[in-house]
Each structure stands twice: as structure tokens, then as C-alpha cells.
Ligand binder design. Structure first.
Ligand code: PMV
Length: 307
């Protein structure tokens, strides 16, 4: 049994989304996780995930291991106490700890493949809830945006705790994604920000309110077929994230390089301090912006069309 899940980018609203402000995220189908579940002659469950150098039996994993815990949560949900011998192969082209949703995508693909194999079909809502639980191991206090956009594989306007809103893209637009190559655990920037917010909540609440306005206007621009307006909004969102100490010199360099190469706007995407940035470009300029990012130190670029 096989299943896949795509990566994602956050267009607007990362971090503020943890504080109940809206954020926009879209799937990125150029990178994905593929999971295969096979019968195995040996007893127990064996997991191969070469990308993270994991070749181990489920029993050998620590209780809080993100992959092990997803499997156990699924068994619990489906009322399964014993399984035949299984082999689970996980192959991913999504970089880890880079803001592209690698953890959530592994969980979604794994739950889909395993639940089908075990004849326990699940709805997207059930998958989303199970993946949210597993996100806590990656994120600490996740907003739920990653599991939501990856489970439903649609553009989402997300507010923590509110019903999911899918948004329409009035006119397709092109985004170039640039990877700093620096892994940056989401847990750390999220908890740093929480410390800063506890110290000076007035300032940070203002940042979050401004970002919420940006996300709101961005959604309207996208839905009404005026994606070119997103450029300035990205620049503004990035400068707020800089003030919140969420950017890094490497991210700033790539953002600047994209703008100098003709992007309409650029910002970091995801938890920041490393990982990926995104730039809005006219389609014809996508290759040259991607080239500029590579010559400024990006380790990889992806050109994706949001439609
Ligand atoms: O997993 P990342 O790097 O895309 O970060 C998730 C976005 C945050 O807003 C920073 C955290 C969250 O849970 O929403």
C-alpha cells in the first residue's frame, strides 16, 4: 500500500498564527513524502527512512519518536492491538527542519498508507487530528497550520481553533523558494518568541496584529485575481519578522538577492532563523531569480505555481 503527501509553504502569517492570528499556506507539490507499507515475513514493524538514517524496529524507538508515536496513535485510533509483520519504507524529498512541512508530510503519508493497509479508512478530518497530535513532538505548541494544509492539499486560510477555510486563487502566480541550507528547529524559534512575548506582550501583540492585517489583505488580493499586490505585503511581513528576530543574515541575504533580481517581493517562510525564503516573481523571471538565489548561497531552489 502506498501514499504520498506534499510539502507546503506559509505565504503569510507564520508565528503570529500561534497567537490566533490568520495565516495563509499552500501545498508545494514539487517536494513530497512517499510511504509504502509491505507485508514482511519477520514479526513486528520495521521502519526504513534513509533520509533521516532511520532503520529500526518500532519497539526500538523512544516513546516520543515522531514516527513511532504516529504509528502507535493510529493503532490506538483504529483499535488495533496486534499486526502482522510489516515493513514501512519512507522516502522524502522535503528537506528536514526547513519550513517546508517535512514532519507533517511524513505523518500524513504514513497514516494514509498504514490505515489503508490495515483496512481502517480515515477521513481527512480524522487524519488531520492525528497528525496535529504528532506535530507536538516537532513543534511543542503547533498552531496546526502545517498538518491542515498538508492533509487537505489545498490553499488554506488558517486560524487556530477555527473551522478550516479553503481559499480560491483568482489568478495563478509564481513563487521561487530558496533554501539557506541551514536547518532550524521550529520548536526553538517558537519558544524564543514566546519568551519575548511574555516579557513585552504589548509590542509583540502589535506585531501580530499588523501581520494579521497583511494576511487578510493578501487573501483578498489572491482571491480577487491581483496576486501582484502580494509583493509589497511579503516585504512588509518580512520586515516585521526581522523586528521579531525571526530572520537570519542568510535569509536576509537571499530575500535581498531575490528583490535585486527582479522579484516583486520576498520574505522568509516558516519558522525562520534558517530554512527557506519565498519570492513572488513574474513567471518569465522565475529562472533568473532562482539563479540569483543560487549564486547568493542558496543550496536549492524550487519554482512553484500557485493555482
Ligand atoms: O514548520 P514551519 O517551519 O513551517 O513553522 C510553522 C509555522 C509556525 O507558525 C512558526 C509555527 C506554527 O505552529 O504555526
Amino acid at each position: 500500500m502506498k501514499a504520498s503527501a506534499s510539502g507546503k509553504i506559509i505565504l503569510f502569517g507564520e508565528h503570529a498564527v500561534v497567537y490566533n492570528r490568520p495565516a495563509l499556506a499552500v501545498p508545494v507539490t514539487q517536494v513530497h513524502v512517499d510511504v509504502e507499507v509491505l507485508d514482511s515475513p519477520r514479526a513486528g514493524i520495521f521502519i526504513n527512512a534513509p533520509g533521516i538514517n532511520l532503520h529500526a524496529g518500532l519497539n526500538a524507538l523512544p516513546a516520543d519518536h515522531p514516527i513511532g508515536s504516529v504509528i502507535l496513535k493510529l493503532f490506538q485510533h483504529c483499535g488495533i492491538s496486534q499486526t502482522p509483520g510489516l515493513e514501512i519504507n519512507i522516502v522524502s524529498s522535503i528537506p528536514v527542519a526547513a519550513g517546508l512541512g517535512s514532519g507533517a508530510a511524513v505523518s500524513v503519508a504514513l497514516i494514509r498508507a498504514l490505515s489503508s493497509f490495515l483496512l481502517c479508512p480515515l477521513s481527512d478530518d480524522e487524519i488531520n487530528l492525528l497528525v496535529y497530535e504528532s506535530e507536538k513532538y516537532h513543534h511543542g505548541t503547533p498552531s496546526g497550520i502545517d498538518n491542515t494544509v498538508i492533509t487537505y492539499a489545498m490553499p488554506v486560510y488558517f486560524i487556530k481553533g477555527k473551522p478550516i477555510e479553503i481559499f480560491k486563487v483568482g489568478k495563478p502566480f509564481t513563487i521561487v523558494i530558496g533554501d539557506t541550507g541551514i536547518p532550524a528547529p521550529t520548536k526553538e524559534s517558537v519558544s524564543d518568541l514566546r519568551r519575548m512575548w511574555l516579557k513585552d506582550s504589548t509590542t509583540f501583540e502589535e506585531f501580530f496584529n499588523e501581520i494579521a492585517q497583511i494576511a487578510l489583505i493578501a487573501r483578498r488580493s489572491i482571491e480577487s485575481g491581483k496576486p501582484e499586490l502580494l509583493g509589497d505585503l511579503m516585504d512588509h511581513n518580512h520586515s516585521l519578522l526581522q523586528e521579531m528576530t525571526i530572520s537570519s543574515p542568510e535569509l536576509d541575504k537571499l530575500v535581498e538577492a531575490a528583490r535585486n533580481a527582479g522579484a516583486l517581493g520576498a520574505k522568509l517562510s516558516g519558522s525562520g532563523r534558517g530554512g527557506n525564503m519565498i519570492a513572488l516573481v513574474e513567471q518569465a523571471k522565475a529562472e533568473s531569480v532562482a539563479g540569483a538565489l543560487m549564486s547568493t548561497g542558496a543550496t536549492r531552489t524550487i519554482i512553484t505555481e500557485i493555482s
